[in-house]
Every structure is written in C-alpha cells, then in structure tokens.
Design a protein around this ligand. Sequence first.
Ligand code: GAR
Length: 232
Amino acid sequence: MRRLLDVVVLISGRGSNLQSIIDQTRTGALPIQIRAVVSNRADAYGLVRAQAAGVPTRVLDHRQFPSRGQFDQALMALIDEYSPQLVVLAGFMRILGRDFVEHYAGRLMNIHPSLLPAFPGLHTHERALESGVAQHGASVHFVTPDLDGGPIIVQAEVPVLAGDTPDRLAERVLKEEHRIFPLAIRWFAEGRLQVRAGQVLLDGEVRAEQGLVARPVVATPTSTPGAAQQRE
Ligand code: GAR
C-alpha cells in the first residue's frame, strides 16, 4: 500500500477546486489524505462539499481577529493540529503574511486564475479581457511572500474568444484549474517536484520554455506515463 500525503486545504467559497481534489482522491488518482478543510467563512459552500465527502471541516473567521498577524498565527496553529505535509490554497481569498508563508515554505501551493506573472491579484478575467490578450489561463505555484509571485509549477492556457464575457472566460479557465491543480498535487505527493534557484523542476528537469514546468499538454494520459503506478 502506498503512503498517502497528509494535506490540509484552505478555502473561502464555492470549493469547486476542492471538489476536483476530493474526486481524484476518491478514485485513487491522487495519493493524498485530506486531513481537514479550513475556511475563513462559515458560509463557504466548499464546507458542504467536504462534509459530504467525510472530510473534517474547521472555520476560522478572520473578522474575529484584531490583526492579520493574529489571524495568521491562529490559522497556523489550527493547521498544524493536522501535521500536514502540504497545505493547499483552493480559492482561499485572504493574503497570508510572511511568517505564515515561511512556516510552510516549500509545502504551500496556490491556484491562481491567470497565466502568471500576468494579472496577479483579483478580477483576473476582467483584466485579461480589458487588456486584449489572446491567451489567458490558470497557474499553480508554490507560495512565497511575494503575492502570486512564487515559482510556477504548471499552467494551462485558455484562448480568449470573440464575444467572451468575464463569466464565460472564467468558466473555461475553471475547467483547466480542475485539471492542473490535482496534477500538481499528485506530482508533489509523488516527490517529483523540486524548487531550485526559484525554478520548479519536475523529475529533475525544467519541462518547458519560460521557466514553466509544463503547458496543458502534460495532462494528457500519454505525457505522464504511469507515474502513479510506478510509485505504488
Ligand atoms: C478559483 O478560480 C481560484 O483560481 C481563485 O478563486 C476561485 C475559487 O473557486 N483563486 C484566487 O483568485 C486566489 N487569489 P472555487 O472555490 O470554486 O475553487
């Protein structure tokens, strides 16, 4: 039996990325155990998804804390009750401070709805449309104190189509998020990711141009041949 990686997932809302992780964990495609889902909002729908999957849930409302630093400290203490090997930000909409980020250095992963370094921060789909880019997409990256600026693990491109609205574009980007986030988590769980000089290596190599590990093509079955099976 293979060892499962202990993971804590942080959310703030809908939790569709969380669902994609839960689904792949259930099928055995992801060799992880979600020890807990933590939300900073009690009404996050992702909490319902976690409960339906039998995953323990916790709520830590940031508004109960006088400062960002105090919230971060309490969040760290809560997360560390589960001794996770990886902490995953799946639509967690709070900025985390340096102490928090450094505490989880190398084991804190985020999904962001743009082709970073383009459009860090909020309202990425609106900004992509306004700027007239032909390609938009999503990125999974390790988190560093530099907001949305940590080393990129994998990206998926989504072409911007004539007549796109932010919602239509967001929907197509989200589909890609649901594909690449579990993929990056699986690579991590299989011990295949390394960060060297600020760059992510997969199986010891930089996999594509621009310092990106991979473009969407890596998610096809033939391009990640039997990786999970080899490590069973
Ligand atoms: C996703 O699009 C994710 O990339 C984004 O929030 C959404 C959460 O959706 N995250 C950020 O913008 C982080 N700055 P979900 O709750 O359905 O997974």
